[in-house]
Design a binder for this molecule. Structure first.
Ligand code: 5CA
Length: 437
């Protein structure tokens, strides 16, 4: 992509309404623009990151045996009356009526919708187990939408739902999602610590929040410092093996959200206790038969008896993650994207657009990078070098390839690593070899 034609409205000044660093950088880098309170448009740069995150989430869900489908954003009130949550949900739910005066709502989550689909289409224990997910926009009319996409009213969520015959099987599904979450966040360069959590309006009795530590996090948490040096599941996972030992190795250590803190355990930890702030990027729930009993979602068992489905639900805040990753990875000049979610891998900077040698070298590198399948943003604008450097640091691409008239005379370009700040002078061929390795 050539920056001269890319729609990336950057800003030099810090927008007054942005209180946390991710919100400031997302506005300044031209990633999002607010439409109304807690509702955002995703501009091309931000949208590319959102899609990258979504794709990692998708790949890890698929690897865990979860199947993707797509449910609507607008749901009928009727199914929420069946579950009993229509009245409970209160003002957070955006209620709509259609032209026939039928009560509808913009889904804040999809337990009812998926239970209805499953109830109407799966009849036998042979249809189990099943894990289903979708990645869809949600709406919650939060009292205090704030911090940009971190706590929005409209936000993108990945939500999965598990259907099993009994507790042991439901626990296996829960464990699959638990492990898939560790893998998902670690691919984004995040250490998301699983913590015992309250179940809130979703309900149930087993639940973990996945929380990344950040000073600007909304919730206070406490955990064993050992989490900070733990190995975060690099290699492949065999999802058909017994995952309980892996899950236990994480849950055995103390980690709790504010509502679940335990004074005795914290005292016992002594120096190993860390109290910090965190951002909830995922939340998983086992709630047994709460929805299946209320909505009469049953299958027939081997003896012909009716068995209510054992269920769980599993959420990831896809749009929140964009901000969460920035909170975890930035410096005073801007964002530092982990390569896995970066909008482009390389920023190619032409220090003197219009100069014949610079244009020729840059056009050549740009073409070669594209041909090699490397995502590159080419700053071909005329203008001062300082502005180009500042913009590139702000948008945080992992590599900056800098081409200027002086270096070119000696056959040299500069390659800068955004994360470490390390600069290397090398031939264009050597730079290409590094970027396409
Ligand atoms: N039905 C369950 C699991 S699918 C559920 O809705 N869980 S949740 O309420 O915890 O939401 C799942 C994830 O969505 C959260 O962990 C959080 O990362 C994200 N999320 C929740 N509310 C918001 C919000 N207002 N803005 C941005 N992300 C949010």
């Amino acid at each position: 992509m050539r920056l001269s034609s890319f729609f990336m409205p950057t800003m030099k000044e810090t927008p007054a309404e942005a209180q946390i660093v991710s919100h400031r950088f997302m506005l300044r880098a031209g990633m999002v623009r607010q439409s109304s309170a807690g509702i955002y448009s995703w501009l091309p740069l931000g949208f590319r990151v959102l899609k990258k995150i979504e794709q990692i989430v998708r790949e890890e869900q698929d690897a865990a045996g979860c199947q993707e489908l797509l449910m609507p954003t607008i749901q009928p009130a009727e199914i929420w009356r069946e579950s009993g949550r229509y009245d409970d949900y209160g003002q957070e739910m955006l209620r709509i009526s259609d032209r026939h005066d039928r009560d509808m709502l913009y889904g804040p989550t999809n337990e009812e919708q998926i239970t209805q689909i499953f109830r109407d289409n799966a009849k036998s224990y042979r249809d189990l187990p099943k894990l289903l997910y979708h990645i869809q926009w949600k709406f919650r009319d939060e009292i205090r939408p704030r911090f940009g996409v971190m706590r929005g009213r409209e936000f993108l969520m990945k939500d999965s739902y598990s259907f099993d015959l009994d507790y042991a099987a439901a626990r296996r599904s829960y464990n699959k999602m638990f492990v898939a979450y560790l893998r998902t966040f670690s691919r984004m360069g995040l250490k998301a610590i699983p913590m015992q959590a309250d179940t809130g309006p979703i309900g149930g009795d087993l639940s973990h929040e996945f929380i990344i530590l950040a000073e600007t996090g909304e919730s206070e948490i406490a955990c064993d410092k050992a989490f900070l040096d733990m190995d975060w599941l690099g290699e492949e996972t065999d999802y058909e093996s017994d995952l309980q030992p892996t899950v236990d190795s994480f849950t055995a250590k103390y980690a709790a959200t504010d509502e679940k803190r335990d004074a005795d355990q914290e005292k016992a930890l002594g120096d190993r206790l860390a109290v910090a702030r965190g951002i909830e990027v995922g939340h998983i729930f086992y709630f047994g038969t709460k929805y299946s009993k209320a909505m009469n979602a049953v299958v027939t068992g081997p003896e012909g008896e009716e068995i209510p489905l054992e269920m769980g639900s599993y959420g990831i805040g896809v749009s929140r993650l964009v901000a969460g990753i920035i909170e975890a990875s930035h410096d005073e000049n801007g964002i530092i994207w982990p390569e896995s979610v970066a909008p482009f891998k390389v920023g190619l900077i032409n220090l003197k657009s219009g100069d014949e040698a610079c244009d020729k070298a840059c056009d050549g590198l740009y073409g070669d990078l594209l041909k090699a399948g490397v995502e590159v943003l080419y700053d071909d604008r005329s203008g001062r070098a300082g502005v180009k450097f500042a913009d590139m640091d702000l948008i945080g691409l992992p590599w900056q390839l800098v081409v200027g008239p002086r270096g070119l005379k000696d056959g040299i370009v500069e390659l800068k690593n955004r994360a470490t700040g390390e600069r290397q002078e090398l031939s264009p061929e050597a730079a290409m070899a590094k970027l396409t390795a």
